[in-house]
Design a protein around this ligand. Structure first.
Ligand code: DGY
Length: 323
């Protein structure tokens, strides 16, 4: 029997690429450039499976062309708001993702951003590199203590819970969380967390707020100007979820006028472009979407995709099917 034809849209860890090439009739994107919309539309008509990443916007017009050829989109990553899920469902295309294996590393990075932001490390590094450091003094780059403060977590799924563990067990932080569905008492108990019924009620109670909810249309600008105003003066916002969850123009204003203390962003609406107003905010730490960027997580994500493909093509329900 002919091997299924699969398209990998970016370079992946070598060990995973080797296995993909072994098991499938695989086209690997050796140039590592994102496919443009025309190439994506052509690809989807020629492969049994397409293995996209967050940089591939797969909308209704592309998915319309998928059948009868493409049967599965095996996404490399946990978030899949770049795929039009309604259209995928309509055309009978299976979508899978890669949960669990990146939760710890993404939470590590969220904690990194929280600490970097609270302790003004971005400003400090810029000062040093520019040769502007005048030496130690008691009032120099004085930040905010993290230990013992209150952290609000929006989206108490796998990554949100990992963030809570780090913050609570490592830094003695009090955890409040908002989640659309009810979090079970045992999960809350692990970090002594309290589930709050609405985001509006959570925000004014927190010194730090970390976003771990999905992106997409539904959560677009979940944190907007009104909600930024609900945050405590001096509080910090951390986003390792998706850029569109935050209204970046409103955030830039809040940072500029210091109605909040600062923000740490790993994701951006329209990335890799950055909203121009953000670049001028001193109290902002920005990272280029590094949440899952460890050798361990990136390899494990690849093997998880591989498992999903094997399940699918060997007639089993893929473990990480999301539709
Ligand atoms: C994820 O897994 O969702 C990362 O953000 C990369 O897409």
């Amino acid at each position: 029997m002919a091997k299924p034809r699969i398209l990998v849209t970016r370079r992946w860890p070598r060990a995973v690429e080797a296995q993909l090439a072994d098991l499938f009739d695989a086209d690997l994107n050796s140039s590592d450039r994102p496919l443009d919309q025309i190439s994506l539309r052509q690809a989807i008509q020629h492969y049994d499976a397409v293995l996209p990443t967050v940089t591939d916007r797969i909308g209704a017009a592309t998915l319309e062309l998928a059948r009868p050829q493409a049967k599965i989109l095996a996404n490399y990553g946990v978030g899949y708001s770049h795929i039009d899920m309604a259209s995928a469902g309509q055309h009978g295309i299976v979508v899978t993702n890669t949960p669990d294996v990146l939760s710890e590393c993404t939470a590590d990075l969220a904690m990194t951003l929280l600490l970097m932001t609270a302790r003004r490390t971005g400003e400090g590094e810029r000062e040093l590199r520019a040769g502007r450091w005048g030496g130690w003094r008691p009032t120099h780059l004085v930040g905010t203590k993290v230990s013992g403060k209150t952290l609000g977590i929006i989206g108490y799924g796998r990554i949100g819970q990992q963030m809570a563990r780090r913050a609570h067990h490592g830094f003695g932080m009090t955890i409040l969380c908002y989640n659309r569905s009810k979090v079970t008492p045992d999960v809350l108990a692990e970090c002594g967390a309290t589930q709050i019924g609405s985001i509006d009620d959570l925000l004014p109670q927190c010194d730090f707020v970390s976003l771990h909810c999905p992106g997409g249309r539904e959560n677009r600008h979940l944190i907007d100007a009104r909600r930024l105003d609900l945050m405590r003066p001096g509080a910090f916002l951390i986003n390792t979820a998706r850029g569109e969850v935050v209204d970046e123009a409103a955030l830039a204003r809040a940072l500029w006028f210091e109605t909040i203390g600062g923000a740490g962003l790993d994701v951006f609406d329209g990335e890799p472009e950055i909203h121009p107003a953000l670049a001028g905010c001193e109290n902002l730490v920005m990272l280029p979407h590094l949440g899952s960027a460890t050798a361990e997580a990136r390899e494990a994500m690849g093997f998880r995709v591989l498992q999903n493909l094997r399940d699918f093509f060997e007639g089993r329900e893929p473990r990480d099917r999301v539709n």
